[in-house]
Design a protein. Structure first.
Length: 361
């Protein structure tokens, strides 16, 4: 119990520190895609995720370097930390759902999917959805770094290059996400999801702990003897996926903000329009209707390959999760777009028949 309590409350403290830093550190103030139903104007956001991540990682390094905590403290307390974040995620979800106006669905459905659409705290200084993604990303980064530190401390010169690759790729993933925070204001989670257990507990618990399942399952294992091509292949697959995901999201972001601007300076937008509404139908969005989802799945696959423990079933849970998350989301998004765009969406589906995987699905 003596060791359990600090680990249990560690995520609570980390999330509080992130909130404080998010409030106090300089931030870029931008308008998003979602409109405020009360005013009809775009919601405004304060974005400083990359700066918050940098400060938190620096604090972790200083505390570890000076011996206040061990480099692998979060690994040592990973189970109690998981339980603590689980409880906090449930409490947060209850606190967000119960006081909110009912949607007409069952209480269970409201609890899971949420009621509030885009709540903001502290007079608009904190958008709750963006804060949730921030805490999930930052604690995930700390977990990845701490789990990697445990592997290095345990095996020293015999450390696996696959663990190093996993850490490097995941840190790229996190830094990239926070670098392009503004772009994600135009993604499905922000404009379509409500705030309940799925999003709340997901960011408090699932995001920072499950996403690191590859290291959770292999950081205490020795180097499996990875061939050179065993390092090259996951890296190539990862960056191919990253190019698809980041490229598609950036093209959509540019189109939403500047409908007539050529993406990357040479891809002029080809749209299906009725004069009022427009659907982008070329570039990445001419390859498949959700090529960004294919990119996410490829990155997850690469992270499962990186440690090179292909027979450890836990590492495959991460790409499996993306398949089970994104395929149903594509169906839901297709229904939403069909209702919003009508004949325009039907024409887009005719021109771009592939849902996610070009020529396959």
């Amino acid at each position: 119990m003596k060791d359990f309590v600090p680990g249990f409350f560690a995520p609570w403290i980390i999330y509080a520190v992130i909130l404080l830093l998010h409030l106090l550190l300089p931030a870029e103030k931008v308008e998003g895609y979602v409109t405020d139903p009360a005013t009809g104007k775009p919601l405004r956001y304060r974005l400083n995720g990359l700066l918050v991540l940098g400060v938190v990682v620096l604090l972790w390094v200083l505390l570890s370097w000076t011996g206040v905590i061990a480099w692998d403290w979060l690994w040592t307390h990973r189970w109690s930390g998981l339980i603590g974040s689980f409880v906090l995620g449930v409490l947060f979800s209850v606190g967000m759902v119960i006081p909110a106006p009912k949607t007409g669905r069952s209480l269970l459905a409201d609890f899971y999917f949420g009621r509030w659409e885009n709540p903001q705290w502290f007079g608009g200084r904190v958008d709750v959805k963006m804060y949730l993604y921030l805490i999930g990303a930052v604690l995930l980064a700390l977990n990845v770094l701490s789990f990697t530190a445990h592997h290095v401390l345990t095996f020293a010169s015999r450390s696996s290059p696959g663990v190093g690759l996993y850490c490097a790729l995941f840190m790229w993933f996190i830094v990239d996400y926070l670098t392009f925070e503004r772009v994600h204001l135009y993604t499905y989670d922000i404009f379509a999801e409500r705030l309940g257990f799925k999003l709340g507990w997901g960011c408090f618990t699932f995001y920072p702990y499950f996403y690191a399942i590859g290291l959770w399952a292999t950081a205490d294992k020795p180097d499996p003897g990875i061939p050179v091509w065993g390092i090259v292949v996951p890296a190539v697959v990862f960056f191919a996926g990253w190019a698809l995901s980041r490229g598609a999201n950036m093209q959509k972001y540019v189109f939403k903000r500047h409908p007539d601007k050529a993406y990357l300076g040479f891809i002029k937008p080809l749209v299906i329009t009725d004069g009022e509404r427009s659907v982008l139908a070329n570039g990445w969005w001419g390859v498949s209707r959700h090529v960004n989802y294919l990119g996410e799945i490829l990155m997850a696959l690469a992270l499962a390959l990186a440690p090179w423990y292909l027979g450890v079933w836990e590492v495959w849970l991460y790409p499996a999760f993306y398949v089970f998350l994104l395929f149903p989301r594509q169906w839901a998004d297709d229904r939403r777009c069909a209702a919003k765009y009508g004949p325009l969406w039907a024409e887009y589906r005719r021109r771009v028949p592939s849902r996610i995987i070009p020529k396959v699905y």
